[in-house]
Design a protein around this ligand. Sequence first.
Ligand SMILES: Cc1cc2nc3c(=O)[nH]c(=O)nc-3n(C[C@H](O)[C@H](O)[C@H](O)COP(=O)(O)OP(=O)(O)OC[C@H]3O[C@@H](n4cnc5c(N)ncnc54)[C@H](O)[C@@H]3O)c2cc1C
Ligand code: SF4
Length: 511
Amino acid sequence: MKTLRLVLGDQLTRSISSLADLEPARDVVLMVEVAAEATYVRHHKQKIALIFSAMRHFAEGLRGEGITVDYVALEDQGNTGSFEGELRRALLRHEPDRVIVTEPGEWRVWQMMLEWRETMPVPVEIRADDRFVASRDEFAAWAKGRKTYRMEFFYREMRRKTGLLMKGDVPVGGQWNFDAENRKSLPAGYHPPQRLRFEPDAVTREVLALVERHFPDHFGDLAPFGWPVTRADALKALDHFIAVALEGFGDFQDAMKRGEDFLHHALLSPALNIGLLTPMELCRAAERAYLEGRAPLNAVEGFIRQVIGWREFVRGLYWNEMPGYAETNALSARRALPDFYWTGETDLACLKECITATRRNAYAHHIQRLMVTGNFALLAGVAPREIEQWYLLVYADAFEWVELPNVHGMVMFADGGLLASKPYAASGAYIDRMSDYCAGCRYDPAVKSGPGACPFNPLYWNFLIENEDKLGNNPRMAMPYRNLRRFSAERRAEITREAAAFLDEVAPRQG
Ligand SMILES: Cc1cc2nc3c(=O)[nH]c(=O)nc-3n(C[C@H](O)[C@H](O)[C@H](O)COP(=O)(O)OP(=O)(O)OC[C@H]3O[C@@H](n4cnc5c(N)ncnc54)[C@H](O)[C@@H]3O)c2cc1C
Ligand code: SF4
């Protein structure tokens, strides 16, 4: 049976299910660069370049194996600009008996594919994406009957399933989780390791020029572009991370430093999310480093937990809870996203640092995402949809299955606690403790209110006041609410006034 196999831009894995039983002499692989997907949000220029360049390299690899690839480039004549339009044109060109595709990473595209099964002139088979440790069904079975989901319990299941850092049924080191050791701030004068970036080759340079022509007004800087776009380079990036940065990954996981964009983080999520690497490959490499004495347990366990814990967990939650998940707004947050999220032009030094790094790299590390840009949006009460759109377009690794639960659940608490037991809300003291940002700021994290006070301080207390009816009885918020309840009525009124004056200027209320 002649088969047309559609491979999407985040499915660049040779063992992807849609290519599993490919017959090179008979089948055709279809890959399409479509304007609709590149522009439905104004993705960071580097993200578009990463995906198009990696697609072109992947297609070349398949051709090298003698496979017929029908590759529709963005500027090709007749390109309709949509998946559906390009699939229909390809059906006319190749007259296959059927179409096979692997399920996508976004609910919207999945609905589109389900419709194809009714509307296309040949049968369309949608296969499960088996590049994850847990299947969607497996997560659904684990989640059944639970009112809230907690990553830690799911993670233990994944450790047992994979055998990673396990001695029989017992976790190596006698503990599942070494997070308590992973909150060190950086010592003065500390220099993190130099990181591997990749010089664009001819294919990437062509794509960079195309992105500049077609998407000049999209977010972010196109150069310097240093992401790996082939599996070979992604493997080099993995080896380099294990050799130079994994050792400090645990200790400094929550640290932030001016002018240091990467610290000890892996920088592997863009390659991983488009399929150039697999999650188990990352975890086995880290585990090997521990077993060979090249990295300590707190670093290796912490890293493995991010990959088979958080990454798998948010993916399972996304598919289990969509489409309703995206609609909730448990804290009734309604403010506009401040303009400085686009420009980086703000006198809050921490936000300026994280947003300008995001513009430069299409990347920010986890704690910058969670405790700076995320924390501010939470405290300011930015409407979930506005901040979600921002997160979906600014990073090279952003795909809805992973972005949405992290933003909607972890950052904004918009799901009312389905993902996290409490909001990650923090005042300026946290940012001061974990970074050197405050030293270069016109505000002072030690000043609680009035001129010169760090804006995170009144915003933090205002957040607690505004959400007292929803969060006041949360046992994990008992301590801050105990402190708040000691405040006089005048102090509370002053906080509310100060926060409103600040927010009405930078993030006006909508609706
Ligand atoms: C508000 C917010 C938005 C985020 N949006 C995305 C996103 O769009 N895409 C994305 O891949 N990650 C997202 N994350 C998770 C995490 O921040 C990134 O995976 C990480 O920063 C990627 O960089 P790294 O490879 O250097 O990761 P490291 O810090 O070195 O971690 C190693 C790997 O663990 C995985 N990982 C770590 N934390 C998470 C997590 N919370 N959820 C899922 N996987 C995780 C990633 O695959 C990552 O490559 C988001 C987190 C927050 C708080
Ligand atoms: S003082 Fe406040 S606004 Fe300034 S860098 Fe520190 S936390 Fe950010």
